[in-house]
Ligand binder design. Structure first.
Ligand SMILES: [Cu+2]
Length: 464
């Protein structure tokens, strides 16, 4: 029964909340849309107010919102999800609104946002808005700035988007488990001035890493070092969307890293610079040219580039074990070991086992090896010229003439101009080139003396 005292306390609570936040206008909690697809969804154009070029999220989507007065209202649902990492592997993870990463939240500098968060996880959670400048009580650190959101409850966050840039959201509640299970998403705030560093295409992804035992679908959440699935938006090559770009477009790529190691992200065919971090825009006078941008842990980096070179340009992490899928790390380097003696040695301890890798491991991209259930091949993918032998954090920026604005369909393989592809030389016709004497015929270097300064009398002599 409602006592008079409770009634007054309740009313007072409502009034004070309305005074600070306009919550009285919130008629009800808005719909929480959900997404089943792992394909890049079309951008959501600005509904009203400031104009901007909306972002697209690789293998992801943007969270729809509704206007309620002058508040932009969103609804995130934290919940268990099943994510296809690439065709052939599905993982049991946690995320938001049906996917991991959660949908990208998009707004404009000056927007008043109200974000409802419903907790459908089996444990408490919070949402921290990484990089956004906001009142302390909206920062989402469980225990420190707010009570944790209990299972089954809905909390609301309200703040003004004070700064434009590339940000993230993730829990600050049982953080190690919840981030290792995939709870993260991107938060993009466009500048109030639509001409400030305007681009024609704006791509978004966040990096996460997982440790799966072969044949399992649940990552080990206590792992700190030894991850075997390195993802962009919880996808690995060949499951990561390509980045289709029209020749001449100004392109921005926004990258975030919530793994436990840095990722040097390399784009072929271009020079570019970091244009912003989660700390804001880098002044042009402070930028320097790069071909690889290191994205530190717990940070975002964006680069801008004018797409003036057509082609299929590889775009990948430069740590080579991050462009492979699940593999044992105890692989012995067998390059150069004679195959026959190796097979003999191996079969004496393990009859029927094949010794592999004496010519490198590239052949693993072609071989159909039996794999445990729900496990991806280490190297895979096929291009127009053969196996690509990649996995993990690898995709392609496809720069083409004449794509329509906001057309993000894969334009297929690049058609090179005639004669513009590296090709075999007919040595029989061209004639064997003259060569210096084979190293094995040259006098050995004078190792015992280690006569380094000058290196005069040892190896060099043989080359004269
Ligand atoms: Cu990496």
């Amino acid at each position: 029964m409602l006592s008079r005292r409770n009634f007054i306390a309740g009313s007072a609570g409502l009034i004070s909340a309305a005074a600070v936040s306009g919550r009285a206008q919130a008629a009800a909690i808005p719909e929480a849309p959900t997404m089943a697809s792992t394909a890049m969804q079309p951008p959501i154009p600005p509904s009203q107010g400031q104009e901007y070029q909306p972002t697209v999220t690789l293998n992801g989507w943007t969270l729809p919102w509704r206007m309620n007065g002058d508040w932009k209202e969103f609804h995130l649902v934290a919940e268990p999800v099943v994510r296809e990492i690439a065709p052939g592997m599905r993982a049991n993870l946690w995320g938001y609104n049906g996917q991991t990463p959660g949908p990208t939240i998009e707004g404009v500098e000056g927007d008043k946002v109200r974000i409802f968060v419903t907790n459908k996880l089996p444990e408490k959670t919070t949402v921290h808005w990484h990089g956004l400048l906001l009142p302390n009580g909206m920062d989402g650190v469980g225990g420190l700035t707010q009570p944790h959101i209990p299972v089954g409850k809905t909390f609301v966050y309200e703040f003004v988007l004070k700064n434009s840039g590339t940000f993230m959201y993730h829990p600050h509640s049982d953080e190690m488990v919840q981030m290792a299970m995939g709870m993260m998403g991107m938060f993009i705030v466009h500048p109030k001035n639509p001409n400030f560093r305007r681009v024609d295409r704006d791509f978004v992804f966040i990096m996460s890493a997982y440790q799966f035992d072969p044949g399992t679908a649940l990552p080990k959440v206590a792992e700190m070092l030894d991850f075997n699935i390195w993802t962009w938006n919880a996808r690995v090559f060949p499951g990561i969307d390509v980045l289709p770009v029209r020749l001449g477009d100004r392109v921005r790529v926004r990258m975030a890293n919530l793994t436990m190691t840095a990722h040097p992200i390399h784009l072929h065919g271009y020079h570019f610079a970091v244009s912003s971090t989660d700390g804001g825009w880098v002044p042009e006078s402070a930028q320097w040219p790069e071909t690889t941008i290191d994205v530190p842990v717990g940070a975002t980096r964006a680069f801008d580039v004018v797409a003036d070179a057509p082609g299929d340009w590889a775009f990948h992490c430069h740590k080579s074990h991050h462009t492979m899928n699940a593999m044992g790390h105890n692989v012995v380097n067998l390059i150069g070991a004679p195959q026959r003696s190796l097979t003999k040695a191996v079969s004496s301890v393990a009859p029927g086992v094949m010794a592999m890798g004496t010519d490198g491991m590239g052949m693993m991209g072609e071989m159909q090896m039996p794999l445990p259930f729900n496990t991806l091949p280490m190297m895979t993918g096929t291009g127009q010229f053969g196996p690509i032998e990649m996995g993990g954090m690898f995709t392609v920026m496809k720069v083409r003439e004449g794509l329509a604005p906001n057309d993000y369909k894969d334009p297929g393989p690049y058609k090179n101009p005639p004669g513009m592809v590296a090709h075999e030389v007919n040595v029989a016709e061209a004639g064997e080139p003259p060569r210096q004497p084979d190293a094995s015929e040259a006098p050995a270097m004078d190792m015992p003396g280690m006569d380094m300064p000058g290196m005069g009398h040892g190896g060099h002599q043989g080359h004269h």
